[in-house]
Each structure stands twice: as structure tokens, then as C-alpha cells.
Design a protein around this ligand. Structure first.
Ligand SMILES: Cc1ncc(COP(=O)(O)O)c(C=O)c1O
Length: 390
């Protein structure tokens, strides 16, 4: 999907509250990548000379560091261009290797999961999408009830990109294991914030991305269970054990590993800082805008996410009024400007979905930024016709 300017609001002086769309590269990440753009420019597959060997060694170190971050052995990691490609490789690659059957996912997944599933439906697979409750969560009982003797693959994201809620992956993993069904999880929003060990969670295929955790755009990975059947989606030089042909981008891979290391080092401190600010934001908004709706459960939720709807407000007026002051979004960066399918799936009306704000905080967000955001949102809500207490 192509990100459009309709939902992402960016301007020079606007405060950034859209860190779930992407994050800036951390200084440590830029520094780690620097040699691999020019001085150390070799192809990691060129093993006949020093330049290639040096790039290959850097990729090996990064692969080991990333695999340690998710608690698996390095050969279980396949580099991709991001979580979109990892999801496509997991879903299309695994389902096609199985040949036929029934697939289960959730209506609130990212389009990078929903669209490959639609493609598999066109190829003859049957697909069930579970509808979460108003809290955005699915229950283990719901999954159990949807499983049929033909079910081969379940895909449930770790953390939602719009409402930030955390699905009960470990319980879902136990159910899938009991039925010998593959579990895929899109971990793009969770990696770096939550512990994400696929074996502990019962996840067979885990998609990761670097640019949500202060790493570079254009790199991600699929973590595979050892013996899993996957058909590649592209063919060429046989890189990544034949599962993902194409020259490896050394600088991006090194940056991905540096970002993951930094995220793990800072995890507790980052999470408590973000949760504190997010709670300040939510309390301030409730005080200034009585009647404001929280979308999705407050817990369990990513510490840096808040998603609200302002009932009775015209969504386009709200976003227009906010644009000069706050860079935030109404839904995913990949939703093509359409009202959020996530919010509508959890029971919000189209108008409430249009009058929603996904507010996501970053590691450098301050208390002052949060106060300014509360004022900007309150003013924009008034300009867009919000009547308190409705
Ligand atoms: C949950 C989720 N899955 C997949 C993606 C796509 O990831 P990438 O940009 O790395 O392809 C995103 C990011 O927009 C996301 O939030």
C-alpha cells in the first residue's frame, strides 16, 4: 500500500506524535551504518576478497545480535525489506508450501497481513477473520471455536499499529501447538518494546521491521521455526538459504542490529518514560475534553500509543485544524486515507473512525510536548465542533 499525504500530517513546526508510522534513526544507528555506505562497500556474497569478507563479517555479527534479541539461533533469521515483505513471505510462502487449507486471522491486522490473505483466498484457500471485542482483543476461546480440521495457519499480530493493544499471543500459541497449526505473528510494532521470543510464545513465524525502533527504513526480517516449509517469493542469487534472493544491504542490516541492541538496553527506562507521558496525555485529554472516547483497552497496550475518537466532530475539520500544530495520524500510514478498518472492526462508527487520532510518542517526547499536544487537540476539537460531555 502507498502511504498518502491524506492521513500523515507533517510540517516544519508541528510537534511529532506519529512514532508508530516510523521513527528517526538513532545517532548510534547512523554511526554504526556509516562505514558501510562508502569505505566498506563490499557485497557480503563476494567471499573472494577482503571487501566482500568484511561486509559478510558485519552481516554475520548483525545476524547474531538480532537473533540473540529474539532468543533464536542466527540461521533462523531471513532478512527482508521490512515487515511487509516478511509477512508476505510467511503467509504466501508457507501457505503455498502447504498447498491448501483454512487460514485464520483477525479483522484488525495490518494490510500487510490482510492483503496477502486476500491473495491466498483468490488462490483457493479459505480464510476466517476473527472480530475482536471493543477492547481490540481476541480471546483464546474465539480462536479455538474458529479452528476446523482443515486449519493450517493462524496469523495474529503482537501489538496493533493503530490502537496499540497486545494480543494474548502466548495463549494463542498454546492452542495452535495443541492443534499442530502454524502460528505467524506480525511483530513490527512490538519488537524493541516487548520481549519477543518466538519459541516462548509458541510463534512459528515472526515478522520484524527496523524502522519502528529507531533503525533504518527498508530492512526487516522473518524469524522461522527450524523445520518449517516455505516457498520463496523470488528467485535469484540464492541468498538467505534460497528463501530471499537479492544482495544483502549491509548498512541497513548493521543499522537494524544497532537499533535492536539500543532498544533492548533502554527498554525498561524507555517504556516507563513513554507510559508516564502517555498517561499524562490521556488524563489531560479526558479533563479538557469530557466525552472523549478511548479506542481499544488501556491495558494491555503499547506504552507509547493512545488512540481517541471525538464523537460529533467532523474528522476532516479536526485534522485540518490540528495539522499546523501536531503531526499525528488517523489510522495507519498504509491505509490509503480510508477511515480505519481497525476502529470500525472494534465497533466504532465510520464518523467516529474519521474523527479519531492515533497519537504515538517517541523516546525524545517531553512533558512539555505532551502539554502542548493536549492544548492543540483541545483547540482543534473545539474548532471542529466538539461538544464536551456528549
Ligand atoms: C503492524 C505492522 N505491520 C507491518 C508494517 C509494515 O512494515 P514495513 O514498513 O517494515 O514494511 C507496519 C508498518 O507500517 C506495521 O505497523
Amino acid at each position: 500500500m502507498i502511504a498518502t499525504s491524506a492521513c500523515i500530517v507533517l510540517s516544519g513546526s508541528a510537534l511529532a506524535f506519529d512514532f508508530q508510522a516510523t521513527t528517526p534513526c538513532a545517532a548510534e544507528v547512523v554511526e554504526a551504518m556509516a562505514p558501510f555506505w562508502s569505505a566498506d562497500w563490499g557485497n557480503p556474497s563476494s567471499r573472494q576478497h577482503r571487501l566482500g569478507l568484511s561486509a559478510s563479517a558485519a552481516v554475520n555479527v548483525a545476524r547474531r545480535q538480532l537473533s540473540e534479541a529474539v532468543g533464536v539461533s542466527p540461521e533462523r533469521l531471513v532478512f527482508t525489506s521490512g515487515a511487509t515483505e516478511a509477512n508476505n513471505l510467511a503467509l504466501l510462502g508457507h501457505a503455498r508450501a502447504l498447498g491448501s487449507g483454512h487460514l485464520i486471522s483477525v479483522a484488525t491486522e495490518h494490510h500487510a497481513v490482510l492483503d496477502p490473505l486476500q491473495q491466498l483466498q483468490r488462490e483457493g484457500f479459505s480464510v476466517t477473520l476473527l472480530t475482536p471485542g471493543p477492547d481490540g482483543l481476541i480471546s483464546p476461546e474465539q480462536l479455538e471455536a474458529a479452528i476446523t480440521p482443515e486449519t493450517r495457519l493462524v496469523s495474529v499480530m503482537a501489538a496493533n499499529n493503530e490502537i496499540g493493544v497486545l494480543q494474548p499471543l502466548e495463549q494463542l500459541g498454546t492452542i495452535c501447538r495443541r492443534h499442530c497449526i502454524t502460528l505467524h505473528s506480525d511483530g513490527a510494532q512490538a519488537f524493541g518494546t516487548l520481549p519477543l521470543n518466538p519459541d516462548a510464545l509458541g510463534v512459528d513465524l515472526l515478522s520484524l521491521s527496523a524502522h519502528k525502533l529507531y533503525g533504518p527504513k527498508g530492512i526487516g526480517a522473518l524469524v522461522l521455526r527450524e523445520d518449517i516449509a516455505i516457498e520463496p517469493l523470488q528467485w535469484g542469487g540464492g541468498q538467505e538459504a534460497g528463501l530471499r534472493a537479492g544482495t544483502l544491504p549491509t548498512a541497513l542490516i548493521v543499522g537494524f542490529a544497532a537499533a535492536a541492541r539500543l532498544a533492548l538496553q533502554e527498554q525498561d527506562q524507555r517504556n516507563s518514560h513513554l507510559q508516564h507521558l502517555r498517561d499524562q496525555l490521556w488524563e489531560g485529554l479526558q479533563q479538557r475534553l469530557p466525552g472523549v472516547l478511548l479506542n481499544g483497552a488501556l491495558q494491555p497496550r503499547l506504552p507509547h500509543n493512545l488512540n481517541i475518537s471525538l464523537p460529533g466532530v467532523n474528522g476532516s475539520r479536526l485534522h485540518r485544524a490540528l495539522r499546523p500544530h501536531l503531526a499525528c495520524s488517523s489510522g495507519s500510514a498504509c491505509s490509503n486515507g480510508a477511515p480505519s478498518h481497525v476502529l470500525q472492526a472494534i465497533g466504532r462508527s465510520r464518523a467516529e473512525a474519521e474523527a479519531s487520532l492515533r497519537l504515538s510518542l517517541g523516546r525524545e517526547t517531553t512533558t512539555d510536548d505532551v502539554d502542548q499536544a493536549i492544548t492543540a487537540i483541545t483547540d482543534a476539537a473545539a474548532a471542529a465542533g466538539f461538544l464536551s460531555g456528549r
